[in-house]
Design a protein around this ligand. Sequence first.
Ligand SMILES: Cc1cc2nc3c(=O)[nH]c(=O)nc-3n(C[C@H](O)[C@H](O)[C@H](O)COP(=O)(O)OP(=O)(O)OC[C@H]3O[C@@H](n4cnc5c(N)ncnc54)[C@H](O)[C@@H]3O)c2cc1C
Length: 486
Amino acid sequence: MNVSISSRIVIVGGGVAGLAAANRLVEERARGELPLEIILLEAEPRLGGVIRTVRRDGFLIESGPDSFITEKPWAIDLCRRLGLEGELIGTNEACRRSFIIRGGRLMPVPEAFYLLAPARLGPFLSTPIFSWPGKFRMMLDLFLPRRKVDADESLASFVRRRLGKEALERMAQPMVAGIYTADPERLSLRATFPRFHEMERVHGSMIRALRARVRNPSARGQEASGPRYGLFATLRSGMQTIPDTLSARLTDVTIRTGVRVSELRPGGTGSRWLVRTTAGGEIPADALCLAIPADRAGALLNGTDPILAQALGRIPYASTITLHAAYRREDVPHPLTGFGFVVPAVENRDILACTFASVKFPGRAPDGTVLLRAFLGGATRPDLAQRDDAELEAAVHRELCVLLGIEAEPLFVEIHRHPQSMAQYLVGHPDRVREITARVLAHPGLALAGNGYEGIGVPDCIHSGERAAEELLRDFPQVLPLQEHS
Ligand SMILES: Cc1cc2nc3c(=O)[nH]c(=O)nc-3n(C[C@H](O)[C@H](O)[C@H](O)COP(=O)(O)OP(=O)(O)OC[C@H]3O[C@@H](n4cnc5c(N)ncnc54)[C@H](O)[C@@H]3O)c2cc1C
């Protein structure tokens, strides 16, 4: 039996959200000299969750995220606090553009086209990505009335309503699949692109709103970090530098890897929670941060609050795969003058997107070689997660042969599977999150973090972990003696 006078906070999940929560607690503990014991439990043998950097034959491979958006400040702020500012790099200035597939060919996304609609008419009118009737329909956005109903809707419904079917099929769907790996017919506009909802509400037109934004860059807001690195940034030595640096800093946090939490129960006397692990141990805790996927948090809470568990279970996850293929430069006929391409579903291909990884960021491949990263699976292609490695490799090879003219065999291929990793924010997601948040308030000493709630990107997940830590500290109980049984 181990008696301590400090309060114990247990964090479940050692992805970036859980690590950010632990780091915030450590920062606050040092500032306020708080008597806190912090334990982090991670099911896998390594920390970082889906963030993982692999080095192979001089290549730097990002198994999960390869970068993060700089408009949201939390990842850059954390990197600064961790002393990693000098490690941050932006995208390659010389090639800042992307392609989209039409008729099996790569076409550049028109300049000043913001995901759904154009901010400048010249490049939009001259692009072959849309037909003339499609362009005409998109321009009707300037005249269509605002939507009267103030309820969430799917991204597909919004785009069809304002810009037409072709805008959805040829641009919005593939762009969104490349970010959320989601089906736009089910994806919540409010949860994923609240800015577009706001643009319609304020300007009555997407095109008018985007044109105003381009004319007045200061109105874009929140871009303090953005211009310095471009829209996306990463770390010179790879994204895993973030979890590695965090875990090295958390020396006085008890980190246990390879320990899966199997059950949570309200504690008896002396602690609010009992955390049971598959190893058979039971850890009393005064506060709990669940930094794991929402549906898995729901499963753990089922015995304590079935209504909360049910609400959490209504946030589904999709599986994704990244396949990296390395080539000799002379074996790739395409000039690769961009960051990569996305593939509309109407093109009936097996890949969702492909990043020209060694063009997008420096230091990803040795001189004279290139590294390509194909993105597969997601909500619309769950069948791909069922294919074995040889089938996936053959499928991607076929696609790269048609799309980039590559006939040579790659130097090597690396496949990374991410089962049930991408939260799907379905229509009504903001209401679901409000319901979950209200329900969590009924359980003092409980906080949720991770990609299931208010953003799936790395900066959002960092923010969610830091906020969860702050919530737990605000609501902290009296310092109690704790007991540990194992
Ligand atoms: C292939 C891919 C590419 C992506 N690309 C980008 C990108 O370029 N930019 C970007 O910003 N975002 C990207 N994302 C999204 C972003 O990386 C993730 O949303 C984010 O890293 C998730 O962090 P997390 O801590 O919430 O969850 P995770 O990383 O999933 O971590 C959760 C951890 O909890 C552990 N766990 C689960 N259950 C238990 C349990 N019962 N007991 C103990 N531990 C448990 C898991 O093992 C895992 O380590 C990408 C995601 C994927 C999958």
